[in-house]
Design a protein around this ligand. Sequence first.
Ligand code: FEO
Length: 402
Amino acid sequence: MYAGLEALKITDHVYWVGAIDWELRDFHGYATGRGSTYNAFLVCGERIALIDTVKKPFKGEMLARIRSVIDPGEIDYIVVNHAEMDHTGSLPEVIAEVAPEKVLASSPCVKALQDHFHLTGGVQAVKDGERLSLGNLTLTFLETRMLHWPDSMFTYCEDEKVLFSQDAFGSHLATSRRYADEIDPDVVKFESAKYYANILLPYSGLVEKLLARVAALGLRPAFVLPDHGPFWRRDIDTLLGWYAAWAEQRPERRAIVVYDTMWGSTAAMAKVIGEGLARTGVETTVMPLHGSHRSDVATALLGAGALLVGSPTINNGMFPTVADLLTYLKGLKPRNLAGAAFGSYGWSGEAVGEINEYLAGMKVERAGEGLKVKYVPRPEALGECVALGELVGRTLNERCGA
Ligand code: FEO
């Protein structure tokens, strides 16, 4: 079916043999408007290793690309850097077809593969720092636990200066071009940031430790090859700098006002609160949840210093879209935010209190208990909205030393 698809030669001995998913629009709750790739790689030394596989429906595409270089039966080893099914869905069938001498993974990955595919053996655990000889080339395995699963691992080929970084440094971006330096830099940065904000943000402390470890090991890869999106060669220091900044989450003078609305009152509050923030010099983005995907709010929040959340009260609680967003954001564990809750209500008004609970869970420095307005805001209530925006803006300015 996929005859004619080809591998991409990256170095003398390394080839991309992955798959392009132009259709993907949702990745477990993350809107992937530009699709994605599932990257897999051949390392062709005197012995041959396949680094990672692809999502199950893309097995044929990967095997076709492999066949453009070698017969798949020549693969001696399959290295599994990460157990998640976008990289392993095809693994059992690939193992059956290729019959490699060994399948290698971190010890948590061995267990995860057993639990995913009910394998009864056949995957060998490798330790952090362990090496695999391919004859004229050597692969080194580096455990990167919780970046972003317990099983996650990097594989490094010192001879070719290639780092196979699985999900880390990736992006959901399907393109006909494979290298980041061949693609619109604004698109590359946006999709890399979106990936970080939605996948790696909760593990920012570990990202900082990983960057320190990479520096301490003296790794100077010439190529960083993630399992999603484009590859890195010329701008690796830029990429590492982005990760260092995103992991630090030092607040910038930017605020996100996010809300949903029933009859326009909470929308009016959001707009005016945004005006108050802007008056303090804080760059402010107002995002209606009817039209802003949760993963785009998370992306906008990366590096922002304030989060203000508004909801009307419906059936004694938050609007469903607001509850969805807050559940998602709480799991991403953003740090260093100031903020506030607000919303219009008719008679019971629980939504603001519920938002406050989530903001407290995210350790947001809140400007009081928030602002509730009955039904439609009068001019004096809109004045309170401006004041709330200004208060949060001043707090953020103090935090930023402005
Ligand atoms: Fe791309 Fe965590 O899987």
